[in-house]
Design a protein around this ligand. Structure first.
Ligand SMILES: CC(C)(COP(=O)(O)OP(=O)(O)OC[C@H]1O[C@@H](n2cnc3c(N)ncnc32)[C@H](O)[C@@H]1OP(=O)(O)O)[C@@H](O)C(=O)NCCC(=O)NCCS
Length: 222
């Protein structure tokens, strides 16, 4: 059994006491966001991750530098990494989440305001998964769809490839990875859990491990 700790935060303000956590490439990204709320979500993810990981490593958060080099284009907007740690950041609406564990991990949080219409369902779910939705009421369908969606995104993020993995290449049955045509996702070494980010949000975490996972969620700051 391995523990997976998840923290939920709300957007921090763009204040200098937080902005000092950002290194040069991060300041560039922060400034490039046009909307203030996007800046604040990005800032919060970084402050939260550096504080939690700094605490675990016995290091001052401001000294922590992530490598977020994108494997596709080399820009610093990829999955952030730090030697000796496994973590994942996700943000949506007023929720910023961080998952930390001891194996590759992916976290996804989504607001539940998005409509689960047929084109979106077809885009995200393959035939096997769509069949599993038949017979559900409209409300049940929306709930089930967002469970699929967050679980699939969490899986894709755990591999570090993100949406480069085709959504239809992953088959989920009864909340577990049943099949995947991507070598990075093996049902035998994949664990999934639904999370409780609060009303109006849905979230899931995926950990690439053979062991069972025990998830502990908490608010940040505590
Ligand atoms: C990562 C990705 C799934 C984002 O999903 P989303 O639901 O829009 O956003 P989320 O808030 O859940 O996740 C964003 C976070 O995922 C992390 N992330 C970025 N790239 C990632 C990747 N390839 N794999 C896993 N995590 C990634 C980052 O921490 C990012 O937040 P930050 O930049 O503020 O630190 C999506 O953008 C993606 O697949 N990107 C990679 C593929 C791609 O577009 N490549 C071409 C770029 S040149």
């Amino acid at each position: 059994m391995i523990e997976c700790a998840v923290w939920w935060a709300e957007p921090l303000p763009n204040e200098s006491r937080y902005l000092t956590f950002l290194d040069e490439p991060e300041r560039g990204r922060h400034q490039a966001y046009r909307r203030e709320i996007d800046q604040r979500r990005f800032l919060t993810g970084r402050v939260l991750a550096k504080t939690v990981l700094g605490d675990r490593l016995g290091r001052s958060p401001e000294t922590i530098r992530f490598d977020a080099t994108c494997a596709d284009c080399g820009k610093p907007h990829g999955k952030p990494r730090l030697a000796g740690t496994e973590f994942s950041i996700s943000h949506s609406g007023d929720r910023i989440g961080l998952a930390v564990t001891s194996a590759p991990v992916g976290l996804d949080v989504e607001t539940d305001t998005r409509r689960a219409d047929d084109p979106l369902i077809e885009y995200a779910l393959n035939e096997t998964e769509r069949e599993a939705l038949t017979g559900l009421s409209a409300e049940e369908k929306v709930t089930a769809f967002f469970q699929y969606w967050t679980r699939k995104e969490a899986l894709m993020k755990a591999t570090g490839q993100g949406l480069k993995i085709p959504l239809h290449s992953i088959t989920l049955i009864d909340g577990r990875l049943a099949a995947s045509s991507d070598a990075a996702l093996d049902p035998a070494t994949t664990r999934l859990a639904d999370l409780t980010p609060g009303e109006g949000y849905r979230a899931a975490v995926a950990v690439l491990t053979t062991q069972e996972i025990e998830v502990r969620e908490q608010l940040w700051p505590g």
